[in-house]
Ligand binder design. Structure first.
Ligand SMILES: O=C(O)CCC(=O)C(=O)O
Length: 290
């Protein structure tokens, strides 16, 4: 069921009909039996580019308990800030990048700076890993392959978790995914973390995407969600170990940027960035058990 849906939404010819895709930015078109809108929060806290928490629009999906969707809670400046962090800062050493193995960059030169002179490597970047580096082959974290996790990203995640009553979250690993208009991410579960109780937080900037969330086996028909720039998804409880994937990035999006034009806004028009953040250790643990 998951694979059939994935293939359907990935297809270029014919392109998919999007009638069953839940788009909370067009709530009037969504069947109200499919979702629950959460009560507005009371807190007026706003940190790291978020609008005050009492203005967030938060939804849960009936078919996917534990999935929480927050409709773009970022200010324009907040989206700009995190996009710059992803493109300029999180792609710097000591973080790991998929292009490391290909020796595309001159020694000591950062990817974002290098792209200004030679944009042929722009499209080659697919991911960067932070904190405990995800190992794409073994799917096992390693104490020897770890760098300090960015404090501002941890604070952003902790602040959202606190508002939603997920107490004592600590961000310890992140994958920054970079998608081009023809990129997909096939169905998978994220189960490498020692702590599978803590929620996983996913932030998206730039082009919109179709996100599929199924169940704990591939036999469950997934929910298709439209994810737009600034949207936040939290996978918790029953959804934490559910199959999910991204079969399609949508056509270039309108990007709100504080300056009228620059390299960042240009990137976001034709690409999507996803910050996928996890807690790895259980609260009592100081290191990995392996
Ligand atoms: O890009 C997304 O929305 C999902 C990314 C993801 O599933 C992952 O990094 O494991």
């Amino acid at each position: 069921m998951f694979k059939e849906s994935f293939k359907y939404y990935k297809s270029k010819k014919p392109p998919p009909v999007l009638d069953d895709v839940i788009d909370f930015h067009q709530i009037e078109d969504v069947d109200s039996s499919l979702y629950r809108k959460k009560e507005k929060l009371e807190s007026v806290d706003c940190i790291h580019g978020l609008i005050p928490a009492n203005e967030w629009e938060i939804y849960e999906i009936e078919a996917n308990p534990g999935l929480i969707y927050i409709k773009n809670p970022f200010t324009t400046a907040g989206q700009n800030y995190w996009s710059v962090r992803c493109l300029r800062d999180f792609t710097k050493k000591p973080n790991k990048l998929n292009i490391d193995a290909h020796n595309l960059l001159p020694t000591g030169v950062d990817w974002w700076d290098y792209c200004e002179k030679d944009d042929s490597v722009l499209k080659k970047l697919r991911w960067a890993t932070l904190g405990y580096h995800h190992d794409w082959d073994t799917k096992v974290y390693n104490e020897e392959s770890k760098n300090e996790f960015p404090g501002d990203l941890n604070e952003l995640c902790c602040s959202i978790c606190n508002q939603l009553n997920f107490k004592k979250f600590n961000a310890e690993a992140a994958i920054i995914n970079f998608y081009h208009l023809d990129s997909t991410l096939s169905g998978h579960t994220d189960h490498s973390e020692q702590n599978l109780e803590a929620p996983l937080l996913s932030f998206s900037f730039g082009s919109s995407a179709i996100f599929l969330l199924g169940g704990q086996t591939l036999d469950v028909k997934p929910t298709a969600l439209m994810i737009r720039s600034g949207d936040v998804i939290i996978m918790s409880r029953d959804s934490r170990l559910s199959y999910h994937g991204v079969p399609r990035i949508l056509e270039p999006s309108v990007v709100t940027w504080e300056d009228s034009y620059d390299r960042y806004s240009n990137y976001l028009k034709n690409n999507r960035i996803n910050m996928n953040v996890r807690q790895v250790l259980n609260r009592s643990e100081k290191r990995l058990i392996n």
